[in-house]
Design a protein around this ligand. Structure first.
Ligand SMILES: *[C@@H]1O[C@H](CO)[C@@H](O)[C@H](O)[C@H]1NC(C)=O
Ligand SMILES: *[C@@H]1O[C@H](CO)[C@@H](O)[C@H](O)[C@H]1NC(C)=O
Ligand SMILES: *[C@@H]1O[C@H](CO)[C@@H](O)[C@H](O)[C@H]1NC(C)=O
Length: 478
């Protein structure tokens, strides 16, 4: 009994850990699915125009026949439709009233009186009102990437006309009979085979190459793999992804950060929505801090030529620390300082309706080689960052910032905090923020399939997540 209860509790506990919130979420709406029909049409036309059928040989009464060199052309798909099918955990693709021509060569041999005659030539058969319904499921591979699979295909051929040059009425009847019977099914099956193959191979391979892991700089990565099976409704399908940031050399380390609830967004008027929650950013902040990556040493060697003067204690007209902090220039004239900035606490990150907020808790250490540290300040700097998308990457830039000096330790006597603050703000504006922007502008690859181009993306900042809402264009026909 106790054992059963323990097991039960264990199951509940496991159940709870499995239903983790996603860090990244993608919604493809009915509009997006509807757009995909154009991609399906463009992909299927060349495939359906290249169908080959096996030769058919047979005998009817005294006639033996061979139909060979089947080839298709002139596929017409006037009416294609693609919609969400939650019951099948996928999509339904239907082609209505489509037409296809089949050309083939025939050779018949038959007996007239005592002679055996042969006749051969070409035939064209126009098929019309062909209907086809394909159910396409989206499951997942063991490695938790999405897996496209054709679940069913059914078709119906409405009518056909046979054209051939010749006057053998009985041959026309023979062909009619074949196309109504045996050939009818093999053509329908062949069409399904081509479509199913396009789904299971061509399209599935494209989806399989979706970005499920991306680099953030050299040492850090983000895991975009699926956290749960896809969610289907009548209005959209959703991919719930991990969005976990990891240190590459220790990718299985558990982080003391977990994703919160994903803020709801009821709109599905665009084709595609991508939620980026605070979780990836919080994980990133944790990793960068604990791995000692939030340290910055500013020395003459790390600065651009035109900024070198910034670290001088004496300067004429250009901006330098000696100009910004006059006491420094009095005590240590004609010197060059070194500036070390270290993160003393895990940065706070949030996403609010104002944008992405990041607060760094830094210690700024200003030292002179001959004298060591002369000014040490604990500073809190808050940045507001706005996101953008460039190709398949999310990029950002610092939109504004503010600084607070928490405490100051000085060996050059009392220094006005406003003066220090000005010096820090000047250093941020002229040196650190441009460097941050350069990194943010490289950005991070989004979890997309190749050749997907955003059309007029908009950025929706909610409390807890940034949503990119956009229409898309697919430029890599399957
Ligand atoms: C500044 O940082 C560099 C590299 O991190 C280190 O070598 C140096 O000792 C630091 N200087 C001070 C004064 O903390
Ligand atoms: C969000 O972050 C910004 C910048 O770090 C900060 O100023 C703001 O107070 C934070 N807001 C909340 C609700 O935590
Ligand atoms: C800065 O903060 C750290 C703790 O976060 C503290 O140990 C240090 O003394 C502070 N420095 C100054 C100059 O107040």
């Amino acid at each position: 009994m106790a054992r059963t209860i323990t097991l039960l509790m264990l199951c509940v506990a496991i159940g709870l850990t499995v239903t983790q919130n996603p860090g990244v979420k993608i919604r493809v709406t009915a509009k997006g699915v509807d757009y995909a029909k154009n991609v399906a049409r463009a992909s299927l036309v060349p495939l359906l125009n290249n169908i080959r059928l096996d030769d058919v040989e047979g005998r009817q009464g005294k006639t033996s026949y061979r139909l060979h060199n089947f080839r298709t052309s002139n596929v017409r798909i006037p009416n294609i439709n693609m919609h969400l099918n939650p019951g099948q955990r996928g999509l339904t693709l239907s082609l209505r009233n489509f037409g296809i021509d089949i050309h083939l060569d025939y050779r018949v041999s038959y007996r007239v009186l005592f002679a055996r005659l042969t006749n051969s030539g070409g035939v064209t058969v126009n098929f019309g009102q062909v209907d086809l319904t394909v159910t396409i499921g989206i499951d997942q591979f063991q490695d938790t990437s999405p897996k496209l699979v054709a679940r069913s295909c059914s078709g119906d051929i409405g009518h056909f006309n046979i054209h051939f040059h010749g006057r053998l009425a009985w041959l026309l009847n023979l062909l009619r009979g074949l196309f109504r019977g045996q050939l009818h099914n093999s053509i329908r099956n062949k069409i399904c085979e081509v479509v199913v193959n396009a789904v299971n191979n061509d399209a599935a391979n494209k989806l399989r190459r979706m970005t499920l892991e991306a680099d953030i700089g050299n040492n850090v990565g983000i895991d975009y793999r699926l956290l749960a099976p896809l969610l289907f409704t009548n209005n959209y399908l959703e991919l719930h992804q991990k969005g976990t940031v990891f240190w590459k050399a220790a990718r299985n380390d558990l982080l003391p950060v977990s994703p919160g609830a994903v803020p709801a967004w009821g709109d599905y008027s665009n084709m595609f929505y991508l939620w980026l929650t605070e979780y990836p950013l919080k994980s990133l902040a944790y990793i960068m801090h604990t791995r000692g990556r939030l340290q910055y040493s500013m020395t003459v060697n790390t600065l651009l030529e035109e900024r070198r003067d910034f670290l001088s204690t004496s300067c004429d007209d250009s901006l330098c620390v000696g100009f910004l902090i006059p006491k420094l220039s009095e005590e240590f004239p004609n010197s060059v300082v070194a500036l070390n900035i270290t993160s003393r606490k895990i940065p706070d990150v949030n996403i609010t309706t104002n944008g992405v907020g990041m607060t760094f808790y830094g210690t700024v250490d200003l030292s002179i080689p001959s004298a060591g540290s002369v000014l040490v300040a604990n500073v809190t700097v808050s940045f507001r960052i706005l996101a953008n998308v460039r190709n398949d990457r999310i990029v950002g830039h610092v939109n504004s910032f503010s600084t607070i000096i928490e405490s100051l330790h000085s060996v050059i006597g009392d220094v006005d905090l406003t003066v220090i603050n000005n010096a820090i703000e000047e250093g941020l504006t002229s040196i650190i923020i441009p460097e941050m922007n350069a990194v943010a502008d490289v950005g991070v690859k989004l979890p997309l399939i190749n050749d997907l181009v955003f059309q007029r993306p908009s950025f929706i900042y909610l409390d807890g997540a940034l949503i990119i809402g956009t229409d898309v264009q697919y430029q890599g026909i399957v």
